[in-house]
Design a protein around this ligand. Structure first.
Ligand code: PGA
Length: 246
């Protein structure tokens, strides 16, 4: 794994045509950038755009990720996308449990753990998003909430050979322009990483997500135990992404 990882979560912000154009105009530059900076970039376009990016694989430091997957292997699940198909498309990562899905699709911690199990079976690394709301932070409940969100995922992971990556994304930081104080972030990452690794007996990389930009990336890179970042809106424009990775 390269020294720092950047997950580009395009959400539903990039249309199929825009994803095609991004691939034609910037894939090679992005590939070169990851090599010169010794970074990993995981591009997570919409499901329908994954096929376009499959053609650029394999690449040493540039990887393909999906934004979600089904908790089931196969069967009568209209609209779901199975982990095996994601694997066949060349995905080696997949975001699960993003707060937007927890909110708009009422996803529970247990459902997210089922998705993790499906991905691990296909040797896809799940990027599990966790994070507290502003009210939970105010009430001093951050660590309790994060541990509660993670518990079913850790039970699944401890029982398998599968890899796992955790993205700490405070809900109040996503799309708001606000980020945690570095001391608070350092403390949260260290505490939760210790909890996770004691539970699973595995080394689990931790990422941070929420309003990551070219202005705050240098400071974020100094946070101990942080292996990378998850970038939303600032990742959809090539020049903005380039500034962050450079
Ligand atoms: P943002 O989104 O960078 O636009 O805040 C991050 C995320 O939701 O993953």
């Amino acid at each position: 794994m390269a020294s720092f990882t950047y997950i580009a979560n395009w959400k539903m912000n990039v249309s199929l045509q825009q994803a095609k154009r991004f691939y034609e105009e910037h894939w090679e530059d992005l590939d070169n950038l990851t090599a010169t900076t010794n970074s990993s970039v995981v591009l997570c376009p919409s499901f329908v755009a994954l096929n376009i990016y499959s053609t650029g694989l394999p690449s040493k430091n540039l990887h393909l990720g999906a934004q979600d997957c089904s908790p089931y292997t196969s069967g009568p699940y209209t609209g779901d996308i199975d982990a095996l198909s994601l694997h066949q498309l060349g995905c080696t990562f997949c975001i699960v449990g993003h707060s937007e899905r927890r909110r708009t699709h009422q996803e529970s911690n247990e459902l997210i753990a089922q998705k993790v199990a499906q991905l691990q079976l296909q040797k896809i690394t799940p990027i599990v998003c966790i994070g507290e709301s502003a009210q939970e932070k105010e009430a001093g409940k951050t660590l309790a909430i994060l541990e509660q969100q993670l518990k079913p995922v850790l039970t699944v992971t401890a029982a398998t050979e599968g890899s796992l990556c955790i993205a700490y994304e405070p809900i109040w930081a996503i799309g708001s322009g606000n980020t945690p104080h570095l001391n608070d972030l350092t403390h949260t990452i260290a505490t939760v990483k210790n909890y996770v690794e004691t539970y699973t007996h595995k080394k689990i990389p931790f990422l941070y997500g929420g309003s990551v930009t070219s202005e705050n990336i240098s400071a974020l890179r100094t946070v101990p135990l942080l292996s990378g970042v998850l970038i939303g809106s600032a990742s959809t424009d090539f020049n903005s992404l380039k500034k962050i990775v450079s």
